[in-house]
Design a protein. Structure first.
Lengths: 327, 373
């Protein structure tokens, strides 16, 4: 197996899928001549030409809607948002058009489209460029929302997303593009949408997490191991459809849970996870479920304040100790 | 004739004052009819009358609660739908906004399927999931019925992109209203369609009022067609939207540009809706005068085309009467059909959320509701 960065894994997924199926095209800002604002689409214009790798004007609503129309007419578009912050301009097309078309048309027009790009905070990008979009989209019936944490999952899930017949919101991470690197199988594989994965087995506490927080949870688990607390890290990978079965099975085993995510606390993914746990594993719980999240403020620019507002491994470790009554 | 029609909400041929036929239409000269045969002309007229009688029936049954939600009627604008959809090929595409019943019928949907959709029934064209604003028929490439002003223009551009992508020679006809010219999606769509040479026909139905707002009060441009001038490669023009042949000619030319040169067109069809914005509104409202409505109604598209055909010896009073009778029967039958059609069954509730089924894990959240188990 080769070790790939998260970015390389995504690039491989796009290339392999585009080679396999010529109804797939990519549209977005800087995806072609510039090789991608974050180089995820590197080399694709040269290989596939401008009709399949289309540099778009800065008009998120317009090119997202173009993708939806093309999907209705039978193509399989991949719409790249330079970041999910800019996708707010296009949320009408994602929510009102893509997500609802299949039902609104009585099952006639499904919309096989992938909306993808990086979400979450990076380093001192300030309020408008540092936010986690998962809750906005996972609220919406009709969408599937994926936020992988590893290069292997990024590739396998993106390939599945491209082949899926419904609209998929695929949330990557600017920080992880280069920092995350792991072993990726050489042979073709698909990672199933809607399936969580235990990234570390443990017996004392379940940390339910996704995307960047998986790495924080794994770091916390290494620290807590020395304190004789055995942490299970459950990576949701897909936040909609949510793998409730996997969450409940893990919590029933460990009897304690921490839910960790990068975004704001109100109505986020973790809020739903806590609800599913209390409904399906209430009698198994030995402590209330704790939540780790970004603080409930627009992201400040100043380095010290940004650090304060952003959840990290220490926060996860502290929450785990709390639900173990070990703090 | 026409005592029978005196109580109808809209004008018919007999309501109009007698007058001279429009210039150029006073003979049987086929050129005055775009080379259309007598039968083709009569079919155009028939289409318009069917649309109108259908919408009148929809208004009637709405009043007694058969139709729910919003219901935007098309009465007065029939020349635009009939004139523009009739020259399309079966493999062309139509995308439209929420005033979509008549366009759906013009594209070939049965009035029964449209009315059943208005009733929210299983035999509706969208199986009762869409309603008035969301008519769909994939077999006719009729791609909805969209309810967010302006947001369907990018969809039409995506269809145009697909046509080019596949090297086809179809076109995508996209209807929208005058309020759309001020929204970003309009410009984003025009820009992409013009820049990449996509065969999209942007057909603006300027009925002068975006809901209750006169377009002149909110658009910083006198002629809406001028909005298209900013885009190289986009042909912009206006046309009398009360004249079915004028609309047809403009759209035929746009279709040729789309098929041959792959270039988009922007056509402003100047028309008028006789009814309120939706069934919730009065016919005149506070934003327009009775006189204005009456003035436009006296230029009724069905009326004037009927007279034009009669003057040219292409239609007799008896033929007109027969068409009108048939249209009323079709409308009546559509309502009867809709009444007979069953409601969608409860099991259908989660059927179309995802094409691969709704996950059981998530359905369990509502399992305390016994009727959903």
């Amino acid at each position: 197996m080769a070790v790939l960065t998260y970015r390389e894994a995504l690039n491989d997924a796009l290339r392999e899928e585009m080679e396999r199926d010529d109804s797939i095209f990519i549209i977005g800002e800087e995806v072609g001549e510039y090789d991608g604002a974050y180089k995820v689409t590197k080399g694709l214009l040269d290989q596939f030409g401008e009709w399949r790798v289309r540099d778009a004007p800065i008009a998120e609503l317009g090119f997202a809607g173009l993708g939806v129309g093309a999907a209705m007419a039978g193509l399989r578009p991949i719409v790249e948002f330079m970041t999910w912050n800019f996708a707010l301009l296009a949320i009408d097309e994602v929510v009102n058009a893509a997500a609802k078309m299949f039902q609104m048309s009585g099952g006639q027009y499904n919309v096989p489209i992938v909306f993808r790009g990086p979400g979450g905070a990076a380093l001192q990008l300030a309020a408008q460029h540092s936010q986690s979009p998962e809750p906005w989209y996972s609220y919406v019936p009709g969408l599937k929302v994926i936020a992988p944490a590893t290069a292997k999952d990024a590739k396998g899930l993106l390939k599945s997303a491209v082949r899926d017949n419904d609209p998929v919101v695929f949330i990557e991470s600017e920080i992880m593009y280069n920092l995350v690197r792991d072993e990726v199988p050489e042979e073709e594989y698909l990672t199933p949408i809607g399936k969580a994965e235990v990234k570390r087995e443990g017996s004392d506490v379940t940390v339910v997490c996704h995307s960047k927080m998986v790495h924080q949870a794994l770091a916390a688990a290494r620290v807590l191991e020395k304190e004789d607390i055995d942490v299970e890290v459950l990576d949701l990978r897909t936040v909609r459809p949510l793998d409730v079965g996997a969450i409940v099975a893990s919590v029933k085993k460990t009897n304690r849970a921490v839910v960790a995510e990068e975004g704001w606390p109100m109505c986020n993914v973790g809020a739903q996870v806590v609800d599913d746990i209390q409904r399906e594993a209430f009698d198994s719980l030995d402590a209330p479920v704790a939540r780790v999240n970004g603080l409930d403020v627009p992201m400040p620019y100043a380095k010290n304040l940004e650090k304060l507002a952003t959840p990290n491994a220490d926060h996860v470790a502290a929450a785990v100790r709390h639900v173990c009554y070990a703090d | 004739m026409s005592a029978a029609n005196a109580d109808r909400s809209t004008a018919t041929v007999s309501d109009a004052p007698a007058g001279d036929a429009p210039a150029g239409a006073s003979s049987g000269d086929p050129d005055a009819f775009l080379g259309l045969s007598k039968e083709e002309c009569v079919e155009l007229l028939r289409e318009m009358i069917i649309e109108r009688r259908f919408e009148e029936k929809a208004a009637e049954v709405y009043q007694v609660g058969k139709i729910g939600g919003f219901c935007h009627l098309y009465i007065g604008q029939e020349a635009v739908s009939a004139g523009s959809i009739s020259p399309l090929r079966d493999d062309d595409y139509v995308v439209t906004a929420y005033r979509d019943h008549a366009q759906a019928i013009a594209r070939g949907m049965t009035p029964n399927a449209v009315m059943a959709e208005l009733y929210g029934r299983a035999d509706g064209c969208s199986k009762g999931f869409g309603g008035s604003m969301h008519m769909f028929d994939k077999t006719l490439n009729f791609m909805g019925g969209h309810g967010i002003v302006g947001s369907h223009l990018p969809l039409a551009v995506g269809v145009g992109y697909t046509i080019r992508y596949r090297g086809g020679d179809q076109v995508c006809l996209c209807f929208f209203g005058d309020s759309v010219v001020n929204i970003g999606a309009f410009h984003e769509s025009m820009n992409m369609a013009a820049r990449w040479k996509l065969p999209v026909i942007f057909l603006l139905e300027n009925n002068r009022y975006g809901m209750g707002t006169d377009f002149r009060r909110v658009a910083a441009v006198k002629e809406l067609k001028d909005r298209g001038r900013a885009y190289d490669g986009l042909t912009s023009l206006d046309v009398d939207g009360m004249d079915v042949l004028a609309v047809r000619q403009a759209v035929e030319e746009a279709i040729e540009r789309g098929r041959n040169e792959k270039t988009p067109s922007f056509i402003e069809a100047r028309c008028f809706r006789y009814m309120g914005h939706s069934m919730a509104d009065p016919m005149h409202g506070t934003y327009r005068t009775r006189e204005e409505v009456e003035k436009w109604r006296s230029d009724d598209p069905i009326l004037s085309f009927t007279r034009q055909l009669m003057d040219a010896g292409r239609l007799t009073e008896e033929e007109y009467q027969a068409i009108d009778r048939e249209a009323k029967e079709i409308a009546e039958e559509s309502a009867a059909f809709a009444d007979r059609s069953p409601f969608p069954d409860s099991d259908a509730l989660y059927r179309y959320v995802y094409s691969d089924g709704y996950p059981d894990d998530m359905r369990r959240r509502d399992a305390w509701r016994k009727e959903l188990r």
